[in-house]
Design a protein around this ligand. Structure first.
Ligand SMILES: Nc1nc2c(c(=O)[nH]1)N[C@H]1C(S)=C(S)[C@@H](COP(=O)(O)O)O[C@H]1N2
Ligand SMILES: [Mo]
Length: 506
């Protein structure tokens, strides 16, 4: 037994962990928050194999925290692989008396693990080199004095190794963050497509701003903060130049389109609202944007649909897939722009589907394939017990409340009913005994400019004298056919929250 750091089990553990930290940082440095990051495939495998009941419970109890915990677990596992690789290399080197093996072994095994996980041969050097460097550093510190006593104490050498790992982590974290924002362009890129009418975008956004009721704390008619829901902790990071979409399956002729094809076609600008089936009744997962893209029906006609089930499966780059009636898709669009900017990565860059009036989940992001089916099949969420491929449930939310200087109360929110359209919102301030119509925002315009948008929410507001003592406000919406939304309350699982929103004020 020498005084060498690498000769004690504790020292080897410390160096292995330091190598893992440096390796993770190195991977992040060269990939950023992207699928090539060494933890990303692990995170994805964990998320995809999680039983439906666990995912659904996590969604309702933890929200997006569940996904973050999953990512942390994946990073821990990736680190464990690197640490084990380093430890094995150190031990084998010592056993065979080979001075080169700890460094070379750590590099090769870490590289191999990264290649197997990510499929990235070059980027796999990201974790391999720093991990091996830390092992090499520890070895060098131990051996600096040659066969004699090393120049610094064992404690000092341990601290130097840890210091190197912390330094690598800091540099890697910074570099990775820079890469992430560089790739996604935090400052949204202005849209510029031959087929897009950008003046029309500006006009429609101005109309929407004008039509919005000024309710201070809640989103105007075009959401400022559009919710994001998907199965990824780390979103696909696609290049538009490499992207293509194929229409396959029960068609007369398969059609493949690339980004340029889509951008060259005559485009349209459409207001569409999305609502997630996992949203709680008075939740915040309903939002509206002005989307730029092309109608799907032309493309389906070009392919010649011959479906036995009149149904279709949309597939995406994150291995997400959803099946639903093809008629719903015929009315939909393929969007590459959002509110006058290039479709952001988090919302499906380069191209996503929009299926008017249907739950968010069938509005597939990072779209790669439209497969026309001959037989019904389950989508990703339906395999996990959800039933979220149909039309949305109507809802009137209560998100704004303020007291005016004269003591009156002002309340408001958004109302959405998919293709049924919002005709009225009714408010009761006496727990549902009596009802009064709320003031509604004007309807957003249709893509053509003629008439209202077929699938967009509206805002409502109502001002009243609050009775002394407590009172209960209830809100409900009435669709364009005059039908009042169902009163019965249901949870979001499995087919979307439903019911009248009510709040008690003291
Ligand atoms: N490829 C892909 N598309 C997806 C999802 C996903 O996980 N992967 N999530 C769906 C769900 S559940 C919803 S509610 C909407 C949300 O769209 P947004 O993130 O743009 O708001 O995207 C849908 N499209
Ligand atoms: Mo969703």
């Amino acid at each position: 037994m020498t005084d060498d750091l690498l000769d004690s089990p504790g020292g080897r553990l410390l160096v292995s962990v330091a190598a893992a930290v440096a390796g993770l940082a190195g991977s992040y440095a060269v990939t950023g928050y992207a699928p090539a990051f060494i933890a990303s495939p692990i995170e994805r495998a964990l998320a995809r194999s999680m039983p439906g009941i666990v995912v659904s419970t996590a969604i309702s109890t933890l929200g997006s925290l569940g996904q973050q915990l999953n990512l942390l677990l994946a990073i821990g596992l990736a680190g464990l692989f690197i640490a084990l690789a380093a430890r094995a290399a150190i031990l084998t080197g010592q056993f065979t008396n080979n001075r080169a093996l700890p460094v070379v072994g750590t590099a090769v095994v870490t590289w191999g693990v990264a290649v197997v996980l990510t499929g990235e041969v070059v980027l796999a050097a990201g974790p391999a080199v720093p991990a091996a460097a830390v092992v090499g550093l520890a070895q060098a510190l131990d051996g600096l004095g040659g066969p004699m006593t090393p120049i610094s104490s064992k404690r000092r050498r341990a601290l130097s190794t840890v210091g190197a790992a912390v330094g690598a982590a800091t540099v890697g974290y910074t570099a990775g963050n820079r890469r992430t924002t560089g790739a996604t362009g935090d400052a949204a890129l202005t849209l510029d497509a031959p087929g897009a009418d950008l003046d029309d975008v500006e006009e429609k956004l101005a109309v929407a701003a004008d039509a919005s009721l000024n309710l201070g704390d809640i989103d105007p008619l075009v959401s400022e903060n559009f919710y994001e829901v998907d199965i990824n902790s780390i979103d696909p990071d696609l290049s538009a130049a490499d992207w293509s979409l194929s229409i396959t399956g029960a068609v007369e002729e398969e059609v493949t389109l690339d980004y340029e094809d889509i951008q060259g076609m005559e485009g349209e600008n459409r207001f569409v609202t999305l609502r997630c089936v996992g949203e709680s009744l008075n939740g915040y997962k309903t939002d509206t944007a002005l989307w730029t893209g092309v109608p799907v029906d032309r493309l389906l006609e070009e392919a010649g649909v011959q479906s036995g089930c009149e149904c279709v499966m949309l597939r995406a780059a994150d291995d997400f897939y959803e099946e639903f009636p093809i008629d719903a898709l015929r009315g939909g669009m393929l969007a590459y722009g959002m509110n006058g900017t290039v479709l952001p990565r988090g919302h499906g860059y380069p191209v996503r589907a929009l299926v008017p009036g249907h739950w968010g989940e069938v509005n597939v992001k990072w779209l790669s394939e439209i497969e026309v089916l001959d037989e019904e099949a389950d989508g990703y969420w339906e395999k996990r017990g959800w039933q979220g491929t149909g039309p949305v449930n109507p809802v009137a939310k209560l998100h704004h409340e303020s007291t005016l200087s004269d003591g009156r109360r002002r309340i408001g929110g958004h109302a959405y009913a998919g293709l049924r359209g919002v005709q009225r919102v009714e408010v009761s301030t006496d727990g549902g005994e009596t009802w009064t119509d709320a003031t509604l925002s004007d309807q957003l315009p249709a893509a053509s400019g003629d008439g209202p948008a077929e699938d967009a929410w509206r805002q409502w507001e109502y001002t009243y004298d609050p009775p002394s003592g407590g009172h209960t406000v209830v809100v409900r919406m009435v669709d364009q056919r005059g039908e009042v939304q169902p009163e019965d309350e249901t949870d979001s699982y499995p087919s979307g929250a439903s019911g009248w929103v009510s709040k008690q004020y003291s």
